[in-house]
Design a protein around this ligand. Structure first.
Ligand code: ZN
Length: 294
């Protein structure tokens, strides 16, 4: 596991952000810590939470201590006070709905006042550590310069991720991973579409770079390569092996006869490439794209 940034580094990187970015990041980290708290509590109690549950429903089921706020007094500051009287830098405000009690506690007193199990508290603080690492990742990406992949532009992203993009705050690996998973099919289609566009552009430039007489002088095979974008057997496997395998496993489910034909043409193209022949890669991609829409 990577080590978190030092306090000094975090402060330095925070200074690079504008007010809007800083507030959005802070709010995201708070929200993530609250989610970790819920996740660990639910796990400990063996409660399965559905994604469509409201916070009220969740807390009715969990019937336990809810994390309302994590306050950070700042480096070498201890402006908060624990219920036991100890001055605190980090203060956890926890509330129990049914007992209607609220406590302001330091991490060492959490267990004493809430009767939460020590190993649960350890799980929760480990979860918070992961949130801190995610914060570090976002801050480091911001400093190193980060560009959003153009593939995400057309997606109906979650509110948090869209806001981060709008204010120019990088996404963490965790957020990218979730987005890739959530939009798996859309992203596959979008990436094919871009690949086709890139090829069309490549073709245009290759032809433009040759004068008319040069183009006429080029051998028919080379000319067709320029038109069809050269691709080798290895490259096809590298780019498409996963999808080819997946389609082969599911080919018995294909009922549409046009898609059946597309799929058999795709397989023939791969065989031809294997035998050292050239194929029309744009056609290949369009057929793969048709297969995706099944
Ligand atoms: Zn205390």
């Amino acid at each position: 596991m990577p080590t978190p940034l030092t306090e000094k580094e975090v402060n330095r990187l925070y200074q690079l952000l504008n007010k809007e970015q800083r507030e959005l990041l802070e709010q995201y980290l708070k929200q993530s810590k609250k989610s970790k708290w819920i996740e660990k509590l639910a796990h400990k109690k063996g409660v399965i939470l559905r994604s469509d549950m409201s916070m009220n429903e969740i807390w009715d089921i969990l019937n336990d201590w809810e994390l309302k706020e994590v306050l950070n007094g700042g480096y070498s500051q201890r402006p908060y006070r624990c219920e036991c009287g100890m001055p605190l830098r980090f203060c956890y405000i926890v509330h129990h709905r049914k007992e209607n009690k609220t406590y302001r506690l330091g991490v060492t007193c959490l267990g004493n006042y809430t009767m939460l199990y020590p190993e649960l508290i350890k799980d929760i603080t480990n979860g918070f550590h992961k949130v801190d690492l995610e914060r570090d990742e976002i801050l480091k990406r911001y400093e190193n310069g980060w560009d959003l992949t153009e593939d995400y532009i057309e997606l109906a992203l979650s509110e948090q991720i869209q806001k981060q993009i709008d204010v120019g705050l990088p996404l963490s690996d965790n957020q990218i991973h979730k987005t890739e998973h959530q939009f798996k099919d859309e992203l596959r289609r979008i990436r094919y579409k871009y690949e086709l566009e890139r090829m069309a552009q490549y073709r245009k430039e290759s032809i433009k770079s040759l004068s008319h007489s040069e183009y006429q002088g080029v051998s028919p095979t080379r000319r067709s390569s320029i038109n069809e974008y050269l691709i080798t057997y290895d490259q096809i496997l590298f780019k498409h092996l996963g999808q080819l395998k997946q389609t082969r496993e599911n080919e018995h489910k294909i009922v549409n006869s046009s898609i059946k034909t597309q799929w058999s043409t795709v397989q023939n193209s791969v065989k031809s490439l294997k035998h050292g022949e050239e194929i029309n890669y744009s056609d290949f991609l369009s057929r793969m794209l048709a297969r995706c829409i099944i």
